[in-house]
Write a protein that binds this ligand. Structure first.
Ligand code: 2IP
Ligand code: CA
Length: 378
């Protein structure tokens, strides 16, 4: 397991560096966006973009981890398809080739023959990542990779990544928008039970170094497996006043229903993974979402980290049903191995019933009690 954790962390660091390279070269970045079409479109946004960085990162993680753990090769899945259409109307299957030169040649095709840009990316893809993190040497958990699978969100909060604002100011520690909410999310789950086991959140845009304007990344991880709970994060301190983080698109109905519990302390932020990170860091007591607009790749990694800290993520509509029926213990958590029956495209893997992410059980119960007492149903 330590080897898997190290390999995924190294892949997340490489992913972060690819995300940074793409962002730092403005001219290159503008070439990389392609509108999502058809059934893969996230219904929430009129214009949702997939980026070459997204596709590349997913392929790099698959490639690097699949090379070390061949048994996982067919069990690493993500949000993106690796087919990419370039400006010349050619469809190219993006993949990591055996050598940097070959990868550069392939990327050259995607980038309409812009060879300098392709070389830059290929170098980032084929770089050797050395993890200098002594804390990892003390992680001794053994789990068979035969029974696990991986969800990847190469860049969560793609919209904020594309807009690229690096100077948004935080509100009580929470960044409402901007590059800070663009994250690499990797989650490992049990193929049979669907439970999240290991999670990584990498923040590629954690800190900007001046005067060079180079971004530094930061990663967080958590393991929750057979009673073992380990994380790079400490369980956060309880906040004096309750506060919640919500999507800026959250329904007015839910905002109103939460007002008796949180008063004015409703914070808004982009990025599903980022809001989960805010909860793990103790910047908010909970993240409540009333809609099915997140997916397994958004929540699997953060969910494992929250579990490692003693919390979790419940399915809001299922948990409310259970709560109303008098159930108090073991509210239904999200699981990761079963698609939504009858759904189309990306919606197969939607967290259909909405969610509540929490660290402290009493915070989850406060949300449940408040929403169960509300006039509207969610
Ligand atoms: C998105 C992204 C959005 C989020 C949405 C996710 O993933 O995290 O920000 O909406 O649920 O699916 P919101 O910001 O309103 O929480 P992606 O950016 O990878 O499509
Ligand atoms: Ca996402």
């Amino acid at each position: 397991m330590t080897a898997l954790l190290k390999s995924l962390l190294a892949a997340s660091e490489k992913a972060a560096s690819i995300a940074q390279v793409c962002r730092q070269e403005e001219a290159l970045f503008s070439l990389l966006i392609e509108e999502k079409r058809g059934a893969d479109k996230n219904k929430k946004f009129l214009q949702d973009f997939k980026t070459l960085a997204d596709v590349l990162i997913q392929e790099v993680i698959k490639h690097d981890v699949g090379e070390k753990f061949p048994e996982l090769q067919d069990h690493i899945r993500g949000e993106e398809s690796n087919k990419f259409e370039n400006g010349l109307g050619e469809t190219v299957v993006v993949q990591v080739c055996p050598t940097q030169q070959e990868t550069a040649a392939l990327l050259g095709k995607v980038l309409n023959r812009k060879q300098a840009a392709a070389e830059l990316l290929a170098a980032a893809i084929h770089q050797e990542v050395v993890l200098l993190d002594p804390a990892l040497d003390n992680v001794a958990v053994t789990i068979s990779t035969e029974s696990v699978a991986v969800w990847i969100d190469p860049i969560d909060s793609t919209n904020q990544y594309i807009r690229g604002h690096g100077n948004v100011m935080p509100v009580d520690g929470i960044y409402p928008s901007g590059l800070r909410s663009a994250l690499v999310l990797i989650g490992v789950y049990n193929r049979h039970s669907g439970e999240p086991i290991l999670g990584i959140i990498n923040e590629p845009f954690f800190q900007e170094e001046l005067p060079a304007h180079r971004w530094q990344s930061k990663y967080h991880w958590g393991i929750s497996y057979e009673g073992i709970h380990l994380s790079s994060l400490n369980r956060p301190m309880l906040q004096a006043s309750p506060c919640v983080v919500l999507s800026s698109n959250e329904k007015v109905m839910l905002r109103k229903a939460l007002a008796p519990l949180y008063g004015e302390r409703l914070f808004f932020a982009s990025g599903a993974g980022y809001k989960m990170l805010c909860v793990a860091l103790g910047l908010a007591d909970a993240y409540v979402l009333s809609e099915g607009s997140t997916f397994k790749w958004d929540s699997c990694g953060p969910h494992a980290i929250l579990r490692a800290l003693g919390g979790g993520i419940v399915d809001l509509s299922e948990a409310l049903k259970a709560w109303r029926a008098g159930q108090r213990k073991l509210l239904p958590e999200l699981t990761y191995n079963k698609p939504v029956e009858g759904a189309v495209g990306a919606d197969h893997w939607a967290n259909q019933g909405g969610l509540v992410a929490y660290v402290y059980r009493e915070h989850l119960e406060a949300v449940m009690a408040t929403l169960a007492a509300a006039a509207d149903t969610f």
